[in-house]
Design a protein around this ligand. Structure first.
Ligand SMILES: Cc1cc2nc3c(=O)[nH]c(=O)nc-3n(C[C@H](O)[C@H](O)[C@H](O)COP(=O)(O)OP(=O)(O)OC[C@H]3O[C@@H](n4cnc5c(N)ncnc54)[C@H](O)[C@@H]3O)c2cc1C
Length: 489
């Protein structure tokens, strides 16, 4: 198989703008492989994202004529064995940016090169490699706005690659190879079965909840982008903070699994904006894509981003870890309507609106004094877009423990946020139906409902919906006091 290249799919489950696939196809035939790494993944694969991954793999396999080889194990041992068994001399992949993956991939790359294989890796997931976005003094940006200004003024985004003109997938019918010491039949042509057999199921039963809510394939990602640009982009800048408005792209889970590339989103948006004269509206959207780049940069420079606070002094923060309180938050039973609406949206759909993510995270960290890492882990488990860079950076951002300039003492008031961003209460009504009959004035603070209206609406605060689990003002003061007492390290 001298002209055949093994293409290792990872977070790039698509044919369009996939540099590893594109360059391999230019050399000759390919062997497409996906390996579910159940040995080293960190943070652990979340259960909702696992469901999304499985659906994405099924779609990828279909676009590869069901010839995707699917394995389960440690790629660092399986890939060398596979290359040797198939007598394949070339391998390509697109880079990942988690510290543990970088370490593993670098070791694998040099070991394979030492064995005489040709190994090429590419950027398939980011607009720019993290090391391309450094400051002039060679250091990484730690604050978003200067990062944004820098990349916007200094760096261009390259054009996405087209999907390969033709796919020549090497036939391995009935190939049996020795993997991990035991003979393994390569399940090419049985992609669907192999994918369904992967240990990706969850006790939570996301399949039952999410089936039918999302269309999951590369094609669907492209359609979603087109529809967003045609119908929603105009409303994005003002509407993106209003959870009831559905004014965002919903592209995050597609980006996370690699069903669409950020370059494709960027260039399609730019072209649309230019032809429709919508440069300002487009810039607000592109800026969010740059937040994603910023998050990956932080993960690249700080591999422990998911667990260690960037600002060291937060290691000494007196968190009051409390499993009962965390359960109430997870179930959307805090008694704070906007927080509960968000947590229930997450549980029912695997997604939560960005503004509400900020408010729900802030409530857990600052009003309940729960460790941000616990909230991050719950989001990782429940989000279909769970992303080690975006999730970890945003939790640290809300916690105020080092990422960007948001200081700890800036504490979201969930009631004010609710009045401002869900003024009609439509989002709350959607996810907290017990409150749906309350007049708009009280939907943000049902505990203030006068007896007369309670009688008229048949709603009893504290019985039909929980009373707030903490006093917002007192818990805010407690958080500020804990912060003031932190040692200066
Ligand atoms: C506590 C918290 C946890 C989060 N966890 C995740 C996560 O695990 N995965 C994830 O993809 N996003 C996460 N985000 C960021 C953001 O909430 C989502 O990216 C966004 O809600 C996805 O919806 P959308 O695709 O419609 O976004 P749009 O508004 O349409 O934005 C387009 C794209 O820009 C990127 N983006 C938007 N906002 C952010 C942001 N604040 N940080 C980084 N990238 C951003 C996303 O890739 C998004 O798909 C988190 C935010 C918070 C506050």
């Amino acid at each position: 198989m001298t002209d055949t290249t093994l293409v290792w799919f990872r977070q790039d489950l698509r044919l369009d703008d996939n540099p590893a696939l594109y360059h391999a196809c230019q050399q000759g035939s390919i062997i497409p492989v996906y390996i579910l790494d159940d040995t080293t993944t960190f943070p652990a694969q979340g259960s909702a994202a696992a469901w999304w991954l499985q659906q994405s793999l099924l779609a990828l396999s279909a676009s590869l004529d069901d010839k995707l080889i699917v394995l389960n194990g440690n790629p660092a041992t399986l890939l060398p064995e596979l290359l040797a068994a198939l007598q394949c001399q070339h391998i390509t992949w697109n880079r990942c940016y988690e510290g543990w993956r970088i370490e593993r991939d670098s070791r694998l790359k040099s070991a394979l090169k030492d064995e005489g294989y040709s190994v090429e890796s590419y950027n398939g997931s980011l607009l720019w490699e993290p090391w391309q976005t450094k400051k002039q003094d060679g250091d990484y940006y730690r604050v978003f706005t200067p990062f944004y200004r820098h990349v916007r003024s200094q760096l261009a985004v390259s054009q996405p690659l087209p999907r390969p003109a033709s796919l020549d997938i090497a036939a391995l019918v009935n190939a049996t190879v020795n993997l991990g010491g035991s003979p393994t039949r390569l399940t090419q042509c049985q992609g669907k079965k192999a994918i369904q057999a992967l240990p990706l199921g969850s006790a939570i039963g996301w399949e039952a909840k999410l089936h039918g809510l999302w269309d999951i394939s590369e094609r669907d990602a492209g359609k979603l982008l087109e529809t967003f640009l045609e119908k929603t982009l105009d409303a994005y800048e003002n509407g993106r903070d209003v959870p009831a408005d559905n004014a965002t792209s919903l592209l995050s889970p597609y980006l996370q699994a690699g069903l669409i590339s950020p370059r494709r989103i960027w260039q399609t948006t730019q072209a649309h904006a230019l032809s429709a004269g919508k440069e300002n509206a487009a810039e607000a959207f592109l800026r969010e894509l740059i937040w994603r780049e910023f998050a990956f940069c932080q993960l690249y420079r700080l591999p422990e981003l998911a667990t260690e606070p960037v600002n060291e002094k937060f290691r000494y923060f007196p968190w009051q870890s409390n499993a009962t309180q965390q359960k109430q938050w997870q179930r959307g039973e805090t008694g704070i309507p906007l927080v509960d609406a968000g947590m229930r949206e997450l549980w029912e759909t695997g997604y939560m609106h960005n503004r509400v993510r900020m408010v729900a995270a802030s409530f857990l960290i600052k009003n309940l004094l729960q460790p941000w890492q616990d909230g991050r882990a719950w989001f990782d488990d429940c989000l279909i877009d769970a992303c080690p860079a975006n999730n970890s950076m945003n939790w640290q951002w809300v916690a105020g423990c080092g990422i960007d300039a948001a200081p700890y003492f800036r504490i979201f008031n969930p009631v004010r946020q609710s009045q401002r961003f869900d003024p009609s209460g439509d989002y709350i009504r959607r996810w907290v139906p017990e409150l749906s009959n309350l007049p708009g004035k009280y939907i943000h603070e049902p505990w203030l409902l006068p007896d007369r209206i309670a009688k008229e609406t048949g709603f009893t605060p504290g019985k039909d919906y929980p009373s707030p689990m903490v006093n917002l003002k007192a818990s805010r003061e407690q958080a500020l006091e804990a912060f003031r007492l932190l040692p200066n390290v």
